[in-house]
Write a new protein. Structure first.
Lengths: 473, 67
């Protein structure tokens, strides 16, 4: 790969070249820092840059690799973190004026793991406020923009993470997903993003959105890179009550095994009746299904419970939990919240205990139905959503009224991966969602890898040229 | 038939009971948001058997000391 294109290197390729001492972690880190400096004024994907720390760690990584070889596939490779993931000594704001001066004393478990693997933290990336309210212009930082067209949004809430990876500002990042906040930005920005099985990745040290539905997971350019990251961050954490006690594994093993013989379900009644797709998205989805058929998968219709019920149960639970987290601030300094976040949580204070329990009972029914459905199929396919629209204020109520193709997998806890599945006529990425059985994250990643290898979408990158800072709105 | 939506006065009582003392602008937000919440609540309320458990039953071993 030529020098100017080094910023688009995948984790897998960078890892191979570092292990063979063909690529310097110092050179790689400097490449990203220079690119961030040159173009992030158009994207606003980073809210805090840790350039000097990154240079120090890159020098240390380089010395260690030269001496002993890499200690992991991430050794010497830069990454960034969504700004709800706590980092010792580095401001962690959740994009909120409430946490403008919040400097944690401990790393979140995922940050510890990436650091221990020898990764190099470049900085913290933009999020919707507390991973829930946005896009907002009245929070601590402005919203991030989409690298495929900066007039468009990168979705949320892991907005800066999705934008940074797509733009070649970092090859790896960690986000969080409570109703679609990893998969939405991955889809909008044309990259891969995995919401792992609930409990597979520790949430400890990640500022909560809604305890019962929060998932922490990786975003990268390819499913293979996501698998590398998942292998590093997954693992049981006894101090996280939601953590699952399952053995650690290498999620890159068997990635090339293909998907011949797998049974794939499609919830057509969601896509045709409950929340019909646009003609262009439907056409892209049909083309993706044809690729799966060509790869040897069997496609069949499945009928999970109504999507609306998943969305209602999750949103009621989330409002109640979010309110309980933010109650004191809502009562004592409500003006410090962005309008969007305050609107979306304030009515949680009026939810009765019996309604919260009822929503949790509905969740149980839905989770049982989802897992029963997955006894008849290996994977479920559906679009991640419609391509990203213009970055402009949206009604705060859109979170309550808009259909979500991603939220049902949060309710069920199943792994779900977003992968790029083409481009709309306006150049914005389309995305396919691949969901699987609980703790079958490896199968989901295998399917994503098979699809990406069979299609040309990973060879297309956004074009961004340096612009004067004053040109940014 | 769905229940009648709560009036602003009724929402004010609920807010008072929750300890929320809101200015006019924030109270307007609450009224609007509560309208959407009511619709969602209406769709999930249904008769249940006594033993229908919620999704968050207590698992005591999750809370053993870790350090």
């Amino acid at each position: 790969m030529a020098g100017p294109e080094l910023h688009f290197i995948t984790i897998a390729e960078a890892s191979r070249r570092i292990s063979q001492r063909e690529l310097s972690p110092v050179e790689l880190t400097e490449t990203y820092l220079q690119r961030i400096s040159a173009i992030d004024n158009q994207l606003m994907s980073f809210v805090t840059l840790t350039a000097e720390l990154a240079r120090q760690r890159a020098r240390a990584a380089e010395a260690e690799v030269m001496r002993n070889g890499p200690r992991s596939p991430l050794h010497g490779i830069p990454y960034c973190l969504k700004d709800i993931i706590e980092t010792a000594g580095i401001r962690t704001t959740a994009q909120s004026k409430l946490l403008a001066d919040h400097v944690p004393t401990k790393d979140a478990v995922v940050a510890q793991k990436l650091s221990a693997a020898g990764g190099i933290l470049l900085g913290k990336t933009a999020t919707w406020e507390f991973a829930h309210g946005g896009p907002s212009w009245d929070t601590l930082f402005p919203p991030a923009h989409n690298p495929w067209n900066p007039d468009h949004h990168p979705a949320g809430s892991s907005s800066g993470s999705g934008a940074a990876v797509a733009a070649g500002l970092a090859p790896a990042t960690i986000g969080s997903d409570t109703g679609g906040s990893i998969r939405g930005p991955a889809a909008a920005c044309g990259i891969a993003g995995l919401k792992p099985t609930y409990g597979l990745v520790s949430r400890r040290g990640v500022l909560p959105n809604c305890f019962s539905h929060d998932h922490v997971g990786p975003l990268a350019w390819t499913s293979q890179d996501v698998a590398i990251l998942l292998s590093i961050v997954a693992g049981h954490d006894p101090a996280d009550p939601g953590s699952a006690d399952v053995p650690a594994k290498d999620y890159t093993a068997g990635l090339d095994a293909g998907i011949a013989g797998l049974v794939v379900g499609v919830p057509w009644h969601w896509l045709e009746e409950e929340a019909p797709l646009t003609a262009e998205t439907r056409s892209g989805f049909d083309a993706a299904l044809a690729v799966f058929r060509d790869l040897g998968a069997e496609i069949r219709a499945v009928e999970p419970p109504p999507m609306q019920l998943f969305n209602d149960a999750k949103k009621i639970i989330a409002m109640a939990e979010l309110y309980s987290i933010h109650e004191n601030d809502l009562k004592t300094r409500p003006e410090l919240f962005g309008d969007s976040l305050r609107y979306r949580i304030i009515a949680g204070g009026l939810i009765r205990a019996d309604d919260y329990v009822q929503a949790m009972r509905v969740r149980r029914d839905l989770a049982i139905a989802m897992q029963k459905l997955f006894t008849t199929i290996d994977l479920m396919l559906l679009p991640t959503g419609e391509p990203a629209g213009k970055l402009e204020p949206v009604p705060h109520s859109s979170l309550f009224t808009g259909p979500s193709y991603t939220t049902p997998l949060n309710v069920g806890g199943n792994p779900a991966l977003a992968v790029c599945s083409g481009f709309a006529a306006n150049g914005m990425p389309q995305s396919l969602q691949i969901a699987g059985r609980l703790f079958d994250d490896a199968v989901v990643l295998r399917a994503g890898h098979a699809y990406e290898t069979a299609t040309p979408w990973r060879s297309r990158r956004p074009i961004l040229n340096p612009q004067p800072k004053q040109a940014v709105a | 038939m769905p229940p009648t939506p709560a009036t602003r006065d009724e929402i004010a009582v609920l807010a008072l009971r929750a300890g929320l003392e809101l200015g006019a602008e924030h109270f307007d937000q609450l009224v609007d948001a509560y309208g959407h919440l009511e619709q969602m609540l209406g769709r999930i309320r249904s008769a249940r058997s006594y033993a229908d458990e919620p999704a968050h039953v207590f698992v005591p071993t999750k809370f053993l000391p870790t350090e």
